[in-house]
Design a protein around this ligand. Structure first.
Ligand SMILES: C[S@@+](CC[C@H](N)C(=O)[O-])C[C@H]1O[C@@H](n2cnc3c(N)ncnc32)[C@H](O)[C@@H]1O
Length: 257
């Protein structure tokens, strides 16, 4: 399936689920890298339903828990909270589900450029009072532009970054490709050497692996390993998990970003 066909399939799903105005659908096709597009998306979605409902891009936590949960065990260090970032969390339940289900202590930060998504999630979680599996675990929501991760995270601080549809949104936007490359560099800088970035995507490996393998090079030096596994098929679309792990010797400082 071509990227355009996939985008149109997704938009049909939105329209069916949320009866979005066609002007928002058009905005989503070209401007998924813009804060204003997502503010409008989350504001219109929430105004249509009297009670909060998580919106899941592609699929929910249960489709990917077997990929994510074992990584928490391997990335964790004794007596420390493993720092986990859901990058571009939207109103997905992915981050809260990691917090709820992780046996190892985690500090999950759900970050999004849209303050509307962040406020909706903060309010929802405040009312829900989720009990984490590990009582030391923490959960927070944060308005953050992930092209500027270095404003919030030092280098080598994150154990796991999950990205469900965020890099896809940037790569598919008219002006988002540079931002996607910047976000990847910022992730590699913020990750510990034992850490991982997981990009959940519907982009075919032929295209995404080539993009990742090109972008993880710094002056001809490969700074990370990249691999892919299939997550499964949903509504006729195949989904993948792209796994990026920084090389231990990697030491990108922010002046290179
Ligand atoms: C395709 S949606 C995916 C949302 C969520 N991860 C999910 O699975 O439902 C992309 C999300 O990325 C967010 N986003 C776009 N650009 C961003 C940026 N530069 N920094 C942080 N979040 C961003 C949008 O606000 C939106 O919530």
């Amino acid at each position: 399936m071509s990227p355009l066909t996939k985008s149109l399939t997704l938009l049909r799903v939105f329209t069916a689920c949320h009866r979005h105005h066609s002007s928002l659908a058009n905005e989503l096709i070209e401007n998924m890298d813009k804060k204003s597009t997502w503010d409008r998306f989350y504001a219109e979605s929430s105004s249509r339903t009297p009670t909060f409902k998580n919106f899941e891009w592609f699929f929910g936590f249960h489709s990917v828990k077997d990929v994510i949960m074992p990584l928490l065990e391997t990335a964790s260090h004794p007596n420390t909270l493993l720092q986990v970032l859901d990058m571009g969390c939207g109103t997905s339940a992915l981050g809260p589900s990691i917090y709820k289900n992780s046996a190892v202590p985690v500090h999950v930060t759900c970050a999004d450029i849209s303050p509307i998504a962040v406020q909706l999630m903060q309010e929802h979680i405040r009312l829900q009072l989720i009990q984490p599996h590990n009582l030391s675990s923490q959960l927070q929501f944060l308005e953050l532009d992930c092209t500027q991760l270095d404003k919030h995270y030092g280098s080598n601080t994150l154990g796991l970054i999950v990205d469900k549809g965020t890099t896809d949104a940037l790569l598919r936007s008219k002006e988002g490709k540079g931002k996607a490359a910047l976000v990847l560099k910022q992730c590699l800088r913020a990750l510990q050497s034992s850490g991982s970035l997981l990009q959940f995507s519907d982009e075919d490996p032929d295209a995404r692996l080539l993009w990742l393998e090109t972008e993880v090079q710094e002056q001809g030096v490969v700074t990370a390993d990249v691999s892919v596994q299939e997550v499964g098929e949903l509504r006729g679309v195949c989904y993948y998990c792209y796994h990026v792990t920084p090389h231990p010797a990697l030491n990108l400082d922010s002046s290179n970003i």
